[in-house]
Ligand binder design. Structure first.
Ligand code: AHR
Length: 510
């Protein structure tokens, strides 16, 4: 008899224990989530620039301003893109910026050796990029050529775009090319993947080269330079250790890190036709960002306890096989709810590490890897990743609120991952935003949210979800996936009972 009574009680206890719990400390935040965490990346690769952003001034079929698609400008304005990295990537260390200025007819061509050996005619160069950033309202982030360039070349690029009119030959050349006033570009990458396509250098060698290049990059009173050293790939902690040890603090403002969510470089799997096993592996790789950011930050803390140098994750996202029939060098891939999960969990990680991660760039904006926009001639679609970035832009420059999260597992075979991820912030108007992701593709998760430290007013929410994790928008069905009003929660004062559907991203506003 006793046993019979005990069993249901235990079952209830297990159910309650299994419920996920989130405490949001609404009165405790001190760190700002730098809006630059929500940055993007545009490389001369496949159809990112040509056929993506830029369709040419003489295009009469696609509405454009100075050759840049107007529908794309509008979409990116809505996204509140804070910064845009250009021209690469690997391309950056082959790029000679002087080839991309002056009358287009006389600009020399080159072979794009990293991305399919296609001819680059340099019709989209410095002026086109910087003017486009102004249209979008994004700050430019220029990646300098260290691998095959020279110190003088990078020094002159800085002068060309930043130095006051009439002050020296480079600003005079800029004026001759139709732009009298400087653009005042703050963000500068000093090489890219110096350990790989940027020159296959060793950390010690690159640290010295970096010191040399940055010595001659001159800021102005209107544009203090924010110099970003080419950083580690994934878990290469030696790279971070050496750069932090060997580069003096006054020469560096940011240290990069690249991490792609990938199954296996030799077997990447389809972007949209994938199994749950492949899904799990990608989630494992995406959530590894937590460990990477934590461990690189720990090394940085050792040399820079005041956290003056930012960790800049200037390439991240999912990387799969290209779409069947497309050029393998162009890295064109579809974008599904799986990518929405990558975006949601990654941005939560960045938010929660906002003290050190102060800039990041999703790879890449249009038609390449985990894009926010795909184009096909005059058609354009917004991907699930776009929608997550748009839902999360409420966190830009808001105060990070410390959270305490206990989540159940997403179990696959003998392996498991934390199912729910979250981050929270308070914006300038006092609004609190909580972003929640449930990566479990089959089970909903109940999360009891306790907002402490304020009197919570009534909450509203938005959700991105679709019946299958493989679902995506297409040119035939462009709005299959879009954010909707979220009604799956009950509020009682400062407590919310939230039901997160399988494979969903939710942002709650209070
Ligand atoms: O984003 C595609 C490529 O990935 C970049 O050019 C390079 O930096 C990285 O290896």
């Amino acid at each position: 008899m006793k046993r019979l009574l005990l069993l249901p009680l235990m079952a209830i206890m297990v159910m309650v224990h299994a419920q996920d719990k989130l405490v949001v400390n609404a009165d405790l935040g001190t760190t700002t989530i730098n809006k630059h965490i929500y940055g993007h990346f545009a490389e001369h690769l496949g159809a990112c620039i040509y056929g993506g952003f830029y369709v040419g001034e003489n295009n009469t079929k696609i509405p454009n301003k100075d050759g840049v698609r107007l529908d794309i400008i509008e979409a990116l304005k809505k996204l509140k893109v804070p910064n845009l990295r250009w021209p690469g990537g690997c391309f950056a260390d082959t790029y000679h910026w002087k080839d991309g200025i002056g009358p287009k007819a006389s600009r020399p061509s080159m072979l794009n050796i990293w991305w399919g050996n296609v001819t680059e005619n340099n019709s989209f160069g410095t002026h086109e990029f910087l003017n486009m950033c102004q249209q979008i309202g994004a700050e430019p982030y220029l990646s300098g050529n260290v691998g095959s360039g020279t110190v003088a070349e990078l020094d002159e690029w800085v002068k060309y775009v930043n130095h006051p009119a009439g002050s020296s030959p480079m600003p005079l050349l800029r004026e001759k090319n139709g732009h009298k006033e400087p653009w005042n570009v703050k963000f500068w990458g000093v090489g890219n993947e110096a350990w790989g396509c940027g020159g296959h250098m060793q950390a010690e060698y690159y640290a010295n080269i970096y010191r040399q290049y940055t010595t001659f990059m001159s800021g102005t009173k209107d544009a203090r330079l924010f110099r970003i050293a080419s950083g580690a790939s994934d878990g290469d902690y030696h790279w971070t250790e050496v750069l932090m040890r060997d580069i003096p603090r006054n020469l560096v403002d940011g240290l990069a890190l690249h991490h792609y969510s990938i199954i296996d470089w030799s077997k990447k799997g389809s972007a949209k036709d994938f199994t749950e096993e492949q899904y799990f592996k990608i989630m494992k790789s995406a959530t590894q960002m937590e460990e990477l950011v934590t461990r690189h930050s720990t090394i940085m803390d050792k040399y820079d306890p005041k956290k003056q140098v930012a960790l800049v994750v200037d390439e991240w996202g999912g990387w799969y096989e290209v779409e069947p029939g497309s050029n393998p060098s162009f890295l064109f891939q579809q974008n599904t709810m799986r990518d929405a999960m990558i975006a949601g969990v990654t941005l939560n990680i960045f938010n929660n590490h906002a003290d050190r991660v102060r800039m990041a760039n999703l790879a890449q904006t249009i038609n390449v890897l985990q894009s926010v926009i795909l184009t096909n001639e005059e058609k354009m679609i917004l991907t699930p990743t776009y929608h997550v970035m748009e839902m999360y832009n409420v966190h830009q420059d808001a105060t990070l609120l410390p959270i305490d999260l206990k989540s159940g597992d997403y179990q696959f075979g003998n392996e498991k991952l934390q199912a729910v991820s979250a981050s929270a912030s308070k914006d300038k108007n006092g609004k609190i935003h909580i972003s929640l992701v449930n990566i479990d593709p089959a089970k909903q998760h109940e999360v009891s949210v306790d907002i402490r430290g304020v009197n919570a007013s009534s909450a509203t929410g938005r959700i991105l979800v679709s019946p299958k994790i493989q679902d995506h928008n297409s040119f035939q069905d462009p709005n299959k996936i879009a954010p909707k009003e979220f009604k799956g929660f009950q509020q009682q004062g400062n407590s919310l009972k939230v039901t997160l559907p399988a494979g969903s991203v939710v942002v709650i506003e209070i």
